[in-house]
Design a protein around this ligand. Sequence first.
Ligand code: SF4
Length: 265
Amino acid sequence: MNDIERCIALFESKAPLVALLAPSFPVCYSYPLIVARLKKLGFKAVIEVSAGAVKTNEQVAALLKKNPTARYISSPCAGFVRMVRKSYPQLVPFLAFAADSPMIATARIAKEKYPDCQPVFIGPCFAKKLEGLEDYPDLNILVLTYKELDAVFGHFKVGENIDASGATFDIATASTRIYPMDGGLTITSGLKGILKDEEIRIVSGYKNIPAVLEEFQRNPKIRFVDVLFCEGGCINGPGIISTLSLDERKRRIADYQKSMDAEHP
Ligand code: SF4
């Protein structure tokens, strides 16, 4: 059974589910229509994963403040974490695992608020499936890509022609909506107020990562590396179907953030 079939079977058995919607969703879907469609599918609640990203940020900032000489490499990107484990095992101790990824932090929020529901993370990433299965099996997260969600919508014939008035996130937050773009963690967590510019490196795109990791190993002054495996960040993840350019995707995230500031500050 694949994850599309698994999700369909869960809905057909009336299992209680809560949707965790990744912050890259505006690349593929409009708001609030996406929330209305997810509720129509049968999700009991829909949570913006940006809410978990706030926890990630707090945990990363706390790590850096606690020990002024400690050095970290960000760990929310499941693809990058797997790259480090395979090709740079000597750097595993630097991964900031003490901070949950936004998906994991949001799943913990969901477990607390909706303890009877299984969390279903919906996002742009296939590697998140491995993060859920291998690293946090106790949270029992089903991970769907946007492509897979479209297949589930298709199966239940939930199209775009539905009334979305009044649809809104059950848990939302404004401060981290640029998270899926490169540098999103550094900018939204206020790390520039904790570290000097020369102590931070931001990189995205798997081809660009080795040079930064090599610099991190050579230069002990670098205290934090903010890494996303996909070029430009999660807005360019492999689970997205889109013909939009990277700039257009960034604009969609920025527009969404602006439009939501008033609704969910
Ligand atoms: S940058 Fe790519 S591999 Fe990393 S979490 Fe985002 S979509 Fe997944």
